[in-house]
Design a protein around this ligand. Sequence first.
Ligand code: AKG
Ligand code: FE2
Length: 318
Amino acid sequence: MLDTPAAAVPTLSLADQARDPDAFAAALGGSFERFGFAIVADHGVPQPLIDHAWAQTEALFALPEDEKRRYHVSGGGGARGYTPFKTEIAKDARHVDLKEFWHVGRELAAGHRYAGEMAPNIWPDRPKGFRDTFIELFAAFDRAGDRLLSAIARHLGLAPDWFDPAVKDGNSVLRLLHYPPIPADAEGVRAGAHEDINLITLLLGAEEAGLELLDRATGQWLAVKPPQGAMVVNVGDMLQRLTNHVLPSTTHRVVNPPPERRGHSRYSMPFFLHPAPDFLIETLPQTITAENPNRYPEPITANGYLHQRLVEIGLIKA
Ligand SMILES: O=C(O)CCC(=O)C(=O)O
Ligand SMILES: [Fe+2]
């Protein structure tokens, strides 16, 4: 409506969950139903660890190009290690994204039953301490993710621990992203309009402007502006499918900066929270109604779904 002020994604405090889990679940669920996004402060990932991770991320991307490319697994779908600048392309986009990234996955014990679907990590020789930092950060994201999933479960009328078996040893990926400075004649954008594939995404680093969501209520792009240190959390396609679109996966993008910021890099860290590979994505019965009949009568495993989607974004061949 014309006379309503531009909406903004609310900032919630995860610390409120301990005091009143139902109220936090309602606030998170409400923000997701409206925007597909929420901003979450007091997420529990320690700030000194985050600061250290930023320093190491900058040092990693500052390595010589040929050194970084030693960690690129050609044909590996970018699942682990380095993916060079201008590789990933958003579905149906005309230009590749203006970004390079590094993927850290879950460390599995030797011979783990998911070892066939979840590739071992690749660790760079430099910067020193990289492996320890990101194993610790991965675990901290896991904990924050578990708390958010328990709120989502409450909101959906499920037991608060409903997601625990679904995500145990899950195929989550921590992506370290670098968007280099943008030359004046650059073609394309930092990240083209897309939806995330996974259950939920926990994103750090969106204080540097650029992230926008496509507001389904107005059809307009809306800037996502978290306060310093807060996490941006969004619903991915797997959760949208599981909830029969009650929780919508919202299109988002990262636009190029205005001229005065073009000379600066942007760094961000999304943690793509995935279920275990054999988790069956089957529409939750409580989300099926006469007005919202089951959109996905055929269930699919998380791994089958992921494979379909990685082909679409150019990271693996069919
Ligand atoms: O860099 C950002 O702020 C968002 C990145 C993103 O949407 C993604 O990698 O899926
Ligand atoms: Fe995304």
